[in-house]
Design a protein around this ligand. Structure first.
Ligand code: GLU
Length: 586
């Protein structure tokens, strides 16, 4: 496989795309992804035997590392890092959004998952994103403004995690972020470029626009000192008065008033919606893969189940023998992904609202039958959802829409060996583009199906319903080795591509035994059900995969992986070279 240096790729990609006729630019047929690619660096791998923190921003990693060094738990570090990320990486996550987290309690060898997914306001109806002509709204007409803002879940989830597994005081976890917000930090190239690319969308709210575009035209420049005193004072309040001060009282009033008054595209959130938000603990979904145990987030995220379905099917094929350089491996991975995405699109949604097969989708015999549909040489002409061993009370229609991404992932290990794998999101880059009290509000409602039913009137599992959690693709994951010891902590940003990004890391580690630094620099190759997508630095895979019968798209892929691998008593951590994060360990 050709490995072009990333600097070469960025310069050459346009040329390749023009001169390579069977291959199309990645987003040609899909919606443009707002978290644009902003360049890449080389992977720096941190080593440690006691603690490790990997996040998508150096300031957040440093804060997490300091907390761990002081003896704070992985949960303490994750909360402190998250509060910093909401400031320094506002395009991706924050207290105006939601998250999912896996927590591994090393002493009791137990795994828990926390669901801080946002919920739909109670009064929204299934036609929220259907226009006057009965058609789905344009994505950004729906996403930008108040219409798509869900009740934020992150603060309640952090409170729940902290009560159970925090050690340092809630209040002190807020200090680092407050300090950085007041003193200011230097705007990174990625933040500046992404702001500029979103310039027009910020027109929806002039106050938000002036926050990020002080002269109303030019985004905060790379290197400029940026502080956010409003965010600092919001954090002070939550630090002193707890999560209740976010969900009730003045802060909740401010959020609701803002959402409901966005000119042209107001939302429906109420004070009752805010006060009624609950974070939840759910069972992790786990599956075996070649003797390893892979555990991830269950519904309302489709991330874990889809990932485990793919791995379950791949167990029937000897990927190790084929190797990482062989197009056949990627053909088979793509076919398994197509089958899993067909099930995802039809069945996966908020289990508190719809009848979903859940674990039945991981039934070993069922996955064997599905894997038997894969021809190791030729792509299937058509792929549809299967019939898992589950008694349905209602029938479900499929929804294959692909939404653009705004998310971050952190992987953390503390001195006692406890682990947090947490993916946090405000949905699109800069979410709704509406800010209140120093933080951006999410647009997570657009993760629902825009059309409530298919052409024949059969309802979709992921249709909009008041109080429901939109289906996610986030896949915070922890893998255990055959002896039950932690082997890998992984997760990513990237919308529905998250599933493919996490999958690749697992296969690189288990089947091909490729070190983390290398596996993070290799080109992404994945399938979300519509087209096989190849990252530009894997261009030479495009033609052979086309010969296997795939429609291939080549382009940039903006993953945001944070990975930790364990070998003996050592840990190796690394952040995705496509973003600005770092790993720090000791
Ligand atoms: N909102 C998406 C989800 O929950 C994630 C978007 C992203 O990764 O940027 O699946």
């Amino acid at each position: 496989m050709i490995f072009l240096r990333f600097s070469q790729i960025l310069g050459l990609s346009a040329l390749f795309l023009l001169s390579f006729s069977p291959v199309m630019a990645l987003e040609e047929k899909l919606r443009p992804a707002p978290e644009i690619a902003t360049g890449t660096s080389s992977v720096k791998v941190a080593q440690g035997s006691q603690i490790m923190a990997v996040t998508a921003h150096p300031e957040a990693t440093r804060v997490a590392y300091d907390i761990l060094k002081r003896g704070g738990t992985a949960v303490d570090a994750a909360i402190a890092a998250q509060l910093v990320l909401g400031l320094v990486e506002p395009q991706s996550s924050g207290i105006g959004g939601g998250a999912f987290a896996l927590y591994y309690d090393a002493e009791h060898r137990q795994l828990f998952t926390f669901d801080g997914r946002e919920t739909a306001p109670q009064t929204v109806g299934s036609h929220l994103f259907v226009d006057e002509d009965g058609k789905p709204m344009n994505f950004f007409d729906a996403a930008v403004g108040g219409r798509a803002v869900c009740v934020p879940g992150l603060v309640r989830m952090m409170e729940m995690m902290h009560r159970m597994y925090g050690d340092l005081s809630w209040r002190e976890l807020f200090y680092p972020a407050i300090q950085i917000a007041e003193r200011g930090f230097n705007v990174t190239p990625r933040l500046s470029k992404m702001l500029q690319a979103s310039n027009r969308r910020f027109e929806v709210d002039i106050k938000t626009k002036l926050h990020f575009f002080p002269d109303s035209k030019n985004a905060l420049k790379e290197g400029a000192l940026y502080n956010n005193n409003k965010y600092a004072s919001t954090l002070r309040q939550i630090a002193t008065n707890g999560a209740d001060s976010f969900y009730t009282g003045k802060m909740a009033n401010d959020i609701v008033a803002k959402v409901r008054s966005v000119p042209g595209n107001p939302g429906q959130m109420t004070l009752e919606d805010m006060a009624g938000y609950r974070a939840k603990m759910r069972d992790a979904v786990c599956g075996d893969y070649r003797g390893y145990k892979v555990c991830s987030m269950g519904e309302p995220s489709s991330g874990g189940l889809t990932l485990l379905q793919i791995l379950g099917m791949l167990e029937q094929f000897n990927l190790k023998a084929y190797g990482a350089e062989n197009p056949k491996s990627w053909h088979i991975i793509s076919e398994a992904s197509r089958l899993a995405f067909a099930d995802r699109n039809k069945y996966m949604a908020d289990p508190d609202f719809v009848d979903t097969p859940g674990q039945a989708l991981l039934d070993k015999n069922y996955l064997k039958t599905r894997a038997a549909l894969i021809n190791a040489d030729k792509a299937m002409l058509e792929v549809s959802a299967g019939t898992p061993p589950y008694e349905f009370k209602t029938s479900m229609a499929s929804d294959s829409s692909i939404k653009p991404p705004g998310t971050t992932h952190m992987s953390i290990v503390d001195m006692s060996g406890n682990i947090v794998s947490m993916t946090s999101s405000i949905e699109s880059a800069f979410g709704s583009h509406v800010m209140v009290n120093g933080f951006l509000l999410n647009n997570q409602l657009t993760d629902f199906a825009f059309m409530p039913a298919d052409e024949s009137g059969v309802q979709k599992a992921n249709r909009v319903q008041g109080g429901k959690r939109p289906r996610s693709s986030m896949a915070p994951t922890i893998v255990f080795d055959p002896k039950g010891q932690p082997f890998m902590v992984v997760g990513s940003a990237g919308g529905s591509r998250i599933i493919g990004f996490v999958l690749e890391q697992i296969i690189h580690a288990i089947d091909w035994v490729i070190p983390v630094g290398e596996s993070l620099s290799r080109p992404h190759i994945l399938h979300r059900g519509k087209k096989l997508e190849v990252e530009v630095n894997g261009l030479d895979m495009a033609e052979p995969l086309k010969n296997h019968g795939h429609a291939v798209l080549v382009g940039e892929m903006n993953s945001g992986l944070s990975v930790i691998r364990f070998y003996g008593d050592q840990m190796y951590g690394a952040a995705d070279p496509r973003r600005e994060g770092i790993a720090l360990g000791e």
